[in-house]
Design a binder for this molecule. Sequence first.
Ligand SMILES: [Zn+2]
Length: 212
Amino acid sequence: MGGYNSGGRNRTHRTVENYSRIDSFEFYMFLKGDKYLGYKSVVKYHGDDIVYYVENRSAVVRMGNDYCNLTLSRVPGVDGESVRMYFHCPCCGRRVRYLYDFHKRYICRRCLGANYKIQQTRGMDKLLRQMANILVKLEYEWWDRDNPGIQIFELKFIPKPKYMRWDKYERYLREFRRLQKEYDRLFWRGMLRISYIPADLKKRVVCHLESE
Ligand SMILES: [Zn+2]
């Protein structure tokens, strides 16, 4: 039997360096290298973690099950020709080259470091275990599916076990969705506790929390 962290998925002792990241320089080269870019309206990068809108040269980045604006900076090089592209962290607004994948929420290294500690103390791990328990009841072995990148807190579709009554199945699903939302809320509440995040960004986070 596995759990949410079985099969090499144990993330509890990771350091910031172990998180996968998106590199804005590579993203820029990716866009430059696409000779059909001018014919497209939308480009996806890193799976669909970044969605780039060609016409207005803007992008959004994945935040759990949602997307939020990803501000891009294009900085001319000293030669006057080359361009370096940077991301702005969706949480603190700082200009950075790398955004780190914190459970499919893309944030800068500094926000990741702060949130990593919060995650240890604020019960996000417990929520993951509760989600895993529900999946056991639903007899759904999501962790050895073909797509190893998928995470328990972003699962959308869970099939009904053949012999389970519908009302029971729906009860489990409701509970699972509730845990997923709570997980998202803990993440954002954690971000609110980080002192260096500008007040206007915090205001947006509060809106996000209240919209659910
Ligand atoms: Zn940040």
